[in-house]
Design a protein around this ligand. Structure first.
Ligand SMILES: [Zn+2]
Length: 302
């Protein structure tokens, strides 16, 4: 029986640990092949953990984040490769973006790169960032656009010739790491225990509550998600907002990671609790390609 395959496309290093990590760990532990594609190296990031030594410039930051990502995906039990772009840095809405950043990359070229990875790994399910929200990060928005385009292009034999044999994934999901319904539930649970969240549970602007079609129970993998987050030592403060809500409270109050099913080529009964619901691998007799690896699959930066 062919193993199920899941590809999670993220904009930056650490996104894989902060957004949907427990479900990736769960599917890997259950026998699926899971590949994280990280679109950028996060070179323009800053040290966000006050206890971490400073890093000098994009080269040091990129090297540190590559090491951190390697540790994190090992904790999650999944594989990872790079799309090969530079990130946009942390900008305010309306700020000009660096000319060489992912968010300003040519959409067709970026789609071709990801379509090549999809054709190589042959995922049944692809996940990526939500493209909505009040102020989505430009790199997250680009990852969203590129993934939606590559989902279709990878299966189109006329698109991106020379980038591998066509492969059509069956389901596309947008992941929601945090959303108002979850934040409110955690806030109320903490208040019931005489504690408060150290950050505002709801944004000032009208709350964007996504339409959740799919809630994956994965609470037993929250501790592993936490360890993967801590592997990103330059980015994650162990005493900061990521860990403001005790894991046991999260497990009790909101034991799922949540998604919106954006495209499906198989019948889907919604709501559902499994990203692979409706998918069988009968007829998919071709064995998976060898594991993509950064050194063999990632493409050079433009
Ligand atoms: Zn990010």
């Amino acid at each position: 029986m062919t193993r199920l395959r899941l590809m999670a496309v993220h904009a930056h290093p650490s996104d894989e640990s902060g957004k949907g990590a427990a479900s990736l760990a769960k599917y890997a532990a259950e026998g699926a092949e899971v590949l994280v594609v990280t679109c950028t190296g996060g070179e323009r990031g800053t040290v966000l953990n006050p206890a971490h030594p400073r890093l000098d410039g994009p080269a040091d930051m990129g090297a540190a984040r590559a090491r951190e990502t390697e540790r994190a995906v090992r904790v999650l039990g999944v594989r990872q490769c790079w799309l090969g772009y530079r990130d946009s840095g942390s900008s305010e809405p309306g700020d000009p973006l660096p000319a060489d950043c992912f968010a300003r990359a040519d959409l067709t070229a970026a789609t071709g790169r990801l379509a090549r990875l999809i054709r190589h790994f042959r995922p049944h399910v692809v996940t990526t960032h939500d493209g909505e929200g009040a102020h989505p990060h430009p790199d997250h928005l680009m990852a969203h656009r590129v993934t939606a385009a590559a989902f279709t292009a990878a299966g189109d034999r006329t698109a991106h010739p020379g980038m591998g044999l066509p492969w059509q994934p069956l389901k596309l999901y947008y992941s929601h790491a945090s959303h108002p319904a979850r934040s409110t539930a955690l806030h109320l649970a903490l208040r019931g225990r005489g504690r408060t969240l150290p950050y505002t549970p709801l944004p000032d602007e009208p709350a964007h509550q996504p339409h959740l079609t799919t809630r994956v129970p994965c609470a037993e993998y929250f501790p592993r998600r936490d360890r993967a987050l801590l592997a990103h030592a330059s980015q994650v403060d162990p005493y900061g907002a990521w860990f403001a809500v005790p894991t046991t409270v999260q497990q009790e109050v909101w034991p799922t990671e949540d998604y919106t099913l954006a495209r499906s080529l198989v019948p889907a009964e919604l709501p559902e609790d499994d990203l692979f619901a409706g998918i069988t691998t009968t007829g998919d007799t071709t064995p998976a390609a060898p594991a993509p690896h950064a050194s063999t699959v990632a493409l050079a930066a433009p």
